[in-house]
Design a protein around this ligand. Structure first.
Ligand code: C2E
Ligand code: CA
Ligand code: CA
Ligand code: CA
Length: 282
């Protein structure tokens, strides 16, 4: 029931359902999380095969909430995106991933191999007019070579305003940053548009990998995406690889890199160093 307060304001707390109140509390906490330093990045490897050389790593944000524990991005990124908080959070993610990568590069000069750190950009971040300068400034601040950074944007984000996206991606590409098209196959990009995108990498959505061995349609789609990627000279990364059967199948189909629990789960930086950069850096 609605009750009117002394000032005539509605005591909405009492009439609000538990779910809405929960979201409001989460949003309140989310606004403070950045200044309280509660976000952490986990890193997941991209490899051609288990135990093989590192081809890249994706930075994935987690929220170390004081009472809820480690909150996964699916539980706060959509909220952050709706409320605009994603922009400062995304800037922090970019800064932290570049700082970490620069540290890894300088700690081990033998890390001269070509792998790069991948950072996800949400739709709102991608549409933010300050993005290109933010990326440029972040790279300069950490002295990180642009080719060491891959920016992942989903196919759907890239297609929202195709002409504007193309212009932004061209600027980032001109800077030397790598572009990956994430969740590929779930959107509706035209082949002509894809051809014009200055992307270096296509990531096949996990949805096509899950039942690959049992679903001949999924296998045909993956095979078509690989063929397309090869024609356009893009690196093909398959996401969500959990079994050695999927690995064998995807490798046989011509995927260049695999990402998934089979090859390594997203993990804290110390564990990532220990597992994938075993040359004794801190
Ligand atoms: P995504 O970019 O598609 O990231 C891949 C997700 O798949 C990650 O979930 C990863 O942990 C998960 N994954 C990897 N391998 C496997 C596997 O073998 N099996 C299964 N079932 N899952 C696997 P996560 O970390 O929960 O992130 C979910 C989504 O949240 C990401 O999807 C991305 O869209 C978003 N996200 C994560 N970090 C950031 C960030 O820093 N900024 C932005 N804007 N979005 C982020
Ligand atoms: Ca991604
Ligand atoms: Ca993805
Ligand atoms: Ca996804």
């Amino acid at each position: 029931a609605k009750a009117l307060g002394r000032n005539g304001y509605c005591f909405f707390e009492t009439s609000m359902n538990a779910d809405a109140r929960e979201q409001l509390q989460l949003l309140h906490d989310l606004r403070l999380a950045l200044s309280r330093g509660e976000f952490v990045l986990h890193y997941q490897p991209k490899l051609a095969a288990p135990g093989g050389p590192l081809l890249g790593a994706e930075a994935l944000v987690r929220w170390a909430h004081p009472t809820r524990g480690l909150v996964m991005p699916d539980q706060f990124i959509p909220l952050a995106e709706r409320t605009g908080t994603i922009v400062p959070i995304g800037e922090w993610v970019l800064d932290e991933a570049c700082r970490q990568m620069a540290q890894w590069c300088s700690a081990d000069p033998a890390l001269a191999s070509d792998w790069s750190i991948a950072v996800n950009l949400s739709t709102l971040q991608f549409g933010n007019p300050g993005l290109v300068e933010c990326v440029r400034g972040t790279l300069a601040r950490h002295g990180l070579e642009p080719r060491r950074l891959t920016l992942e944007i989903t196919e759907t984000t890239a297609m929202r305003d195709a002409a504007a996206s193309l212009a932004i991606l061209q600027e980032l590409h001109a800077m030397g940053v790598r572009i990956a098209i994430d969740d590929f196959g779930t959107g509706y990009s035209s082949l002509l548009y894809l051809k014009r995108l200055p992307a270096a990498e296509l990531k096949i959505d996990r949805g096509f990998v899950r039942d690959l061995e049992h679903d001949s349609e999924d296998a045909a789609i993956v095979s078509a995406i690989v063929a397309l990627g090869q024609t356009l000279k893009l690196n093909i990364v398959a996401e969500g690889v959990e079994t050695s059967e999927q690995q064998a199948f995807l490798t046989q189909l011509g995927c260049d890199a695999l990402q998934g629990y089979l090859l390594g789960r997203p993990m804290p930086p110390a564990q990532f160093v220990e597992t994938f950069l075993p040359t004794g850096m801190s």
